[in-house]
Design a protein around this ligand. Structure first.
Ligand code: C2E
Ligand code: MG
Ligand code: MG
Ligand code: MG
Length: 286
């Protein structure tokens, strides 16, 4: 991070940089009103069993339609919301909305249990009401904690390992599952990860991209290593950003059993998730 800052310093007088700083400032104040103005919504991307193609869950992903700028990607506004702390309220809203939208439509006693995944910001770990809010939301919507997975990035978990450990233990005591998101993109040591009570890891899209492509051998090596680590640590692995049949086949060969990506479905509104993935007419069996 220090190195990165050093590099940024050279660009202080770059007009593009100033525009960015200004942007962040106005986005920050717009964000504070976004929820109340109904500009936020949640979409869901199915997570599928790579062997059968059945949806075994879905990840809730936040969307913001800004009145003037149009859709602002979460990679742009989530960091701004994290900086201002607005992400605590927004994140609580995502959890509540996702449960409210998914719970009424998904039988919790399906043969293959359906797991709802929600992203948590590191700032939410500092929220002393996080665990009680979570329990309240689960109870209100009648959703089993075991079918909720909280995704935290590797850096969120290892920046303040003691804080993360304490909160994860309490979160997991509710029954909820924990996934390490964007696994392999941070610099956490395996020693750190091993200390944390986690259930699964999500293999970052950048490592999945090179799979099944002859030029991507280095990245496929990383994917293979990550799957090896998951296996050795007895964690489930979910591949992110599966876009091609070749990637799917490579993942299957490597023993990866779960994935999400445009090959299966883009993130969709709850009613589409229900209609096409969960409740919709099943194709006739051969
Ligand atoms: P993430 O949690 O790693 O989510 C996966 C991202 O990959 C999503 O981007 C998803 O739309 C995208 N994706 C899925 N399949 C494919 C694919 O096949 N190809 C490509 N190119 N992309 C694919 P999205 O929705 O733009 O979200 C970006 C990031 O923003 C998320 O990464 C997550 O870190 C953050 N985010 C999104 N919603 C929330 C939220 O409710 N709370 C928090 N704290 N962060 C969120
Ligand atoms: Mg995620
Ligand atoms: Mg990810
Ligand atoms: Mg990501």
């Amino acid at each position: 991070r220090a190195k990165q800052r050093g590099r940024d310093r050279l660009e202080v007088y770059d007009p593009a940089m100033q525009a960015t700083a200004h942007d962040r400032l106005t986005l920050g104040s717009d964000l504070r009103r976004a929820l109340a103005r109904g500009e936020m919504r949640v979409v869901y991307q199915p997570i599928v069993d790579l062997d059968t193609g059945t949806a075994v869950g879905a990840e809730a992903l936040l969307r913001w339609r800004h009145p003037e700028r149009g859709d602002v990607p979460p990679d742009v506004f989530v960091p701004v919301a994290e900086e201002s702390g607005a992400i605590v309220e927004i994140g609580a809203w995502v959890l509540e909305t996702a449960l409210a939208e998914v719970a009424p439509h998904v039988p919790t006693d399906r043969a293959a249990p359906f797991t709802l995944a929600v992203n948590l910001s590191p700032r939410q770990l500092e929220d002393p009401t996080l665990v009680t809010r979570l329990q309240g939301a689960l109870r209100r919507h009648g959703w089993p904690a075991e079918q909720l997975c909280l995704e935290l990035t590797e850096t969120a978990l290892t920046d303040d390992l003691d804080l993360a450990l304490g909160v994860l233990v309490r979160l997991r005591a509710t029954g909820a599952r924990i996934a390490v998101d964007d696994f392999g993109t941070g610099y956490s040591s395996l020693t750190h990860l091993q200390a944390l009570p986690i259930d699964s890891i999500k293999i970052d899209r950048s490592f999945v991209q090179g799979l099944g492509d002859h030029r991507g051998s280095e990245r496929s090596t990383i994917a293979r290593c990550v799957l090896g680590i998951a296996g050795a640590m007895d964690l489930e692995a979910v591949a992110e950003g599966v876009e091609t049949q070749a990637q799917l086949e490579a993942l299957r060969r490597l023993g990866c059993r779960r994935g999400q990506g445009y090959l299966f479905s883009v993130p969709v509104p709850a009613d589409v998730l229900e209609a096409t993935v969960l409740g919709g007419p099943r194709p006739p069996r051969g």
